[in-house]
Design a protein around this ligand. Structure first.
Ligand code: K1U
Ligand code: ZN
Length: 172
């Protein structure tokens, strides 16, 4: 089932999400819903708080639709366990901040540990767009948005645009 994506500003997007202790069918169903929602958007990642669920769960797939076999990843309790010294700048977007993009600097590569949908402990090094995306999604679990990396004035400008968008959507 496709879920509605929360739009910034929303208090649920600023919360610290709780670790998942037991993998239940409900959590697996939530992960499936999130993948469906992400592909439909379309997007390359999605975090549980973006659909109003305050659990440490993210999904991602950075393989472009026409560029190869999809690689949907479901990560419960994802954690960055190592970062590269060198950085990368990417013009990021966010499904909770539609049509707004800005350069964000992050470590170029990260090693991430997580639990997959079958309960297996996984660990992998990501680089390029995968590294950018997984860091962006883990930030969501800590109540952090890509605009939090921007100068206050630019952040305020984007927030005001989003408030206007939400007012217009509420009236439609
Ligand atoms: O977390 C989100 O809101 C999803 C976001 C992930 C992301 C994008 C760019 C850099 C870091 C993280 C998106 O998926 S925005 C949409 C997007 O980037 C995209 C959509 C279709 C094709 C390719 C990219
Ligand atoms: Zn986002």
């Amino acid at each position: 089932m496709k879920r509605d994506i929360l739009i910034h500003p929303d208090p649920r997007l600023k919360k610290l999400c709780a670790p998942v202790s037991d993998l239940s069918d409900m959590l697996r169903a939530l992960a499936d819903d999130m993948l469906e929602t992400m592909y439909a958007a379309p997007g390359i990642g999605l975090a549980a708080p973006q659909v109003g669920e305050l659990s440490r769960l993210i999904v991602l797939d950075c393989i472009k639709a026409d560029e190869g076999t999809p690689r949907p990843l479901v990560m419960f309790n994802p954690e960055v366990i190592a970062v590269s010294d060198d950085t990368n700048v990417y013009e990021e977007g966010c499904l909770s901040i539609p049509d707004q993009f800005a350069d964000v600097t992050r470590p170029r590569a990260v090693e991430v540990a997580w639990i997959d949908r079958d309960g297996n402990a996984c660990q992998e090094v990501f680089d390029g767009l995968w590294a950018t995306c997984v860091q962006h999604e883990i930030d969501h679990l800590d109540g952090k948005l890509f605009i939090d990396y921007l100068k206050p004035l630019k952040r305020q400008m984007i927030t005001r645009k989003m408030q206007k968008l939400k007012r217009e959507r509420a009236r439609a």
